[in-house]
Design a protein around this ligand. Structure first.
Ligand code: LMR
Length: 333
């Protein structure tokens, strides 16, 4: 960790935050923490293909999946320092940067489905949120979907009270922390790359994620139970180092924007089917029992978790929450 950060500081000192070039070629290092066969992993590869084709090889995109290069917190520091040029962190990970508004996406049950989510990510609120990154030396390019989270544990969960006292791994979001506390569970912030081992060794008892992340991290090998609550959304902002982006030749930026537009459509087209397929794969593994929550059980989770919206409204901004309710037609029932 220390060594890596020293390397980052050196990279910053020697100006690598500008255009990373090798023999006239523009190199984009795109680091992410999930497996290649996930919606984000596949979309990153698709972006690479389109970007290299459309710039006729003037841009080379190097994709580093699975926390190979950096873990969650480090990757954001690396982007700001210019040691990597592109990332797609979960929206839940922008709070520590000072962008608390991004945690609005973590509010339990705020989006009833992908259509409601897209009213935000593809509309003016999404654009405003991306614009807030500028002051952090970051340019926000797009939102990429993943999916809706379910809870997993080593004991059956059927009602909110079943989570009481359980140590639950979360991403670095105060809203997720409050969500777990509201269930009287004990939230533990942890890098994504450490979750499998933490579950295996009992450092934490359970976790939450969409099926694509659960399956590709083999969480089903170390969790006996899962309940399909779909209680919250997990998705991404694709971001670049602003200095790097602004320093690109205009024609290259145009080609990269067009590649990003098509990669975004691809990401959002495959997200639901990938998650549905991975849920079926978890079931087929026979290692995790997937409990399908009944409408009454889902209503109990929703009732238990909705107070998180009010509890976190001063952190996120009551107006932002209200405008999302308006855009999506959110109702408490
Ligand atoms: C997590 O940490 O659970 C996710 O943010 C990982 C990811 O990038 O989907």
């Amino acid at each position: 960790m220390k060594l890596k950060l020293t390397a980052l500081a050196l990279a910053a000192t020697f100006g690598l935050s500008g255009i990373a070039q090798a023999a006239g070629e523009i190199v984009i290092k795109f680091s992410h923490v999930v497996a290649q066969n996930t919606p984000k992993g596949k979309a990153a590869e698709y972006f690479k293909k389109l970007a290299e084709e459309r710039t006729k090889g003037r841009v080379k995109v190097q994709v580093y999946p699975n926390s190979q290069l950096y873990k969650d917190k480090e990757e954001l520091e690396a982007l700001q320092l210019g040691a990597v040029q592109m990332l797609a962190p979960a929206l839940s990970k922008f709070g520590p940067l000072g962008l608390k508004e991004y945690e609005v996406f973590d509010l339990p049950y705020i989006f009833k489905d992908y259509a409601a989510l897209h009213k935000v990510t593809e509309g003016p609120i999404g654009q405003q949120l991306l614009g807030k990154l500028d002051s952090k030396g970051i340019k926000g390019l797009a939102f990429w979907d993943n999916g809706f989270k379910h809870f997993s544990a080593n004991k059956p969960i059927k009602k909110p009270q079943d989570l009481q006292g359980m140590k639950m791994r979360i991403q670095s979001s105060k809203v997720l922390e409050e969500q777990m506390r509201t269930l009287r569970a004990l939230p533990q912030v942890m890098a994504f790359s450490e979750v499998y081992q933490a579950l295996q060794t009992g450092v934490v008892d359970g976790t939450e994620n969409p099926p694509s992340n659960m399956y590709t991290q083999k969480i089903h090998e170390v969790q006996k139970h899962m309940i399909t609550t779909g209680h919250g959304y997990l998705g991404y902002a694709v971001i670049v180092n602003k200095k790097f982006w602004d320093g690109l030749p205009a024609d290259i930026r145009t080609q990269l924007n067009s590649a990003m537009k098509d990669a975004t459509k691809y990401a959002n087209d495959i997200a639901k089917q990938e998650n549905d397929a991975d849920l079926a794969r978890i079931a087929k593994s026979g290692k995790t029992v997937i409990y399908k929550a009944t409408p009454a059980e889902l209503a109990a989770f929703k009732k238990a978790l909705l107070p998180v919206h009010t509890k976190m409204s001063s952190r996120i901004g009551a107006n932002l929450i209200k405008s999302i309710y308006q855009q999506t037609g959110f109702t408490a029932n």
